[in-house]
Design a binder for this molecule. Structure first.
Ligand code: SF4
Length: 262
């Protein structure tokens, strides 16, 4: 186990960022549809590389004026698609939870049209914390996304609250139910030791049980390769990630793919 630095990454200052070299996606151009000057999320994860959540909420009504408009997002994406910049994925992520944007559905449809027009080979990915699945409009556009990835870091509500520190109206069982009801999704999980830890036998058993119920295409596990704000959590090394993946496959028959820096 290694002690983690407390330095965190700066927020994204606009809609597009990167392309960055991603462990899973190759060259990925990020799309940030959350505010540019503060972090707005329905979670306040202990490991978030952007630091603490400034506005912890599931409800956007008080923050609409701080969100980029659909036209601004699509103009920027079109400019990137027409540029000489190369990238394999265009990925919804950024300064918080992208599916909380009230026009997320329209934006996804627009990005898909621009992509089809200029660069049919570029794939669209979503990195989500799963809470936006409660919105019908989000569920409707999932089939347009090539790689829809949803977060699940714990197998029970107690550990979920310690790791993800959600907004008051977020419910763990409801998230698992929503994840069960959508098809063709990927789960991503940050594995950590220390306090809190999701690497013990009991924590992993309940996590595998939830995965077996959700039935994702695959689960992607990784640990703390980026700066985190909480010094009580510790990185889990690649050998252990490989063991967890193997054990999970044997136990529930779902492919669990570990990602780590070589
Ligand atoms: S869900 Fe993502 S953006 Fe939100 S606090 Fe967690 S890691 Fe950070």
């Amino acid at each position: 186990m290694a002690i983690i630095t407390t330095m965190i990454l700066p927020l994204q200052k606009g809609v597009l960022y990167g392309p960055i070299n991603s462990r899973r996606l190759g060259k990925s151009l990020g799309i940030n549809i959350m505010p540019f000057h503060y972090k707005l999320c329905s979670f306040n994860c202990v490991y978030c590389h952007y630091g603490l959540t400034d506005v912890l909420t599931l409800t956007m009504t008080k923050h609409l004026r701080d969100l980029p408009k659909s036209t601004e997002v699509l103009d920027d994406v079109e400019r990137a698609m027409r540029s000489n910049n190369t990238f394999d994925y265009i990925t919804f992520s950024g300064n918080g939870e992208p599916t909380l944007h009230p026009y997320f559905g329209d934006i996804v449809r627009g990005v898909m049209e621009v992509r089809n027009k200029y660069r049919a080979g570029v794939k669209i990915a979503l990195l989500s914390n799963s809470t936006g699945l409660k919105f019908e409009e989000v569920r409707k556009v999932l089939t347009l996304i090539d790689l829809p990835v949803f977060k699940l870091d714990a197998g029970n509500s107690t550990l979920f609250k310690k790791i993800n520190r959600p907004a008051i109206d977020v419910n763990f069982d409801e998230i698992v139910t929503m994840l069960r009801q959508v098809e063709g999704i990927y789960i991503q999980t940050v594995i950590m030791d220390g306090n809190p830890s999701n690497v013990g036998e009991d924590a992993l058993d309940t996590y595998f049980e939830r995965l077996a119920v959700i039935k994702p295409v695959e689960a992607h596990i990784y640990s703390l390769d980026r700066p985190v704000p909480n010094t009580n959590i510790k990185k889990v090394f690649p050998e252990r990630l490989e063991e967890i993946a193997k054990h999970g496959l044997e136990k529930i028959g779902i492919t669990i793919r570990p990602f780590y820096l070589q």
